[in-house]
Design a protein around this ligand. Sequence first.
Ligand SMILES: Cc1cc2nc3c(=O)[nH]c(=O)nc-3n(C[C@H](O)[C@H](O)[C@H](O)COP(=O)(O)O)c2cc1C
Length: 180
Amino acid sequence: MKILGMSGSLRSDSHNSKLLKFSLERLSSKVQYCEYSIANLNLPLFNEDIENSKGIPPKVYKLAQSIKDSHAIFISTPEYNKNLSGVLKNALDWTSRVKPQPWKGKPIIILSAASGQSGGERAQYSLRQCLIPFDPVLFFAPEITVPDASNAFDEDDAPKSKIIREKIDRQLSNLEPYLV
Ligand SMILES: Cc1cc2nc3c(=O)[nH]c(=O)nc-3n(C[C@H](O)[C@H](O)[C@H](O)COP(=O)(O)O)c2cc1C
């Protein structure tokens, strides 16, 4: 089965990218024939003028095709001013312009890592809200939030907290009915 990961942070040392990678590796260690890739969300800013003059950029088509080809998607979002990141919202807006939009019916695991004590909980809510028009399959529990993100990962980029690792495992079990 194919899994796609999306990190809402382009930062090279992103805690969200670490959390994403840890979770994807965890799934692939549990499931046979599971391959994952991480999407490139470094897209141009959405602008209908681009769409109207040059068409949807090839990078966006590629991303939409990866979403379409995946059996499940993992999204890890930072929290910027109590919301999801602009990078992520931009990717959602662009991919919604590809027809048919690729998100429908896709199981999505949501994660977040942030500096604050809520670990990006509010960013997750805003992300869920942004995903509603796409009609995916969203799981609501347990929420995988990583607070105080700059102190939350060990030297192997794994979450130090056993509770967080257990929550990741519980979320992964939500995917069982969708495994092929
Ligand atoms: C513009 C901006 C706004 C931020 N707003 C919040 C916030 O509302 N809540 C929070 O917990 N952290 C906030 N942070 C801190 C981020 O959670 C922190 O930088 C995090 O590490 C970003 O994710 P990354 O490590 O994946 O890049 C903000 C950071 C930036 C740059």
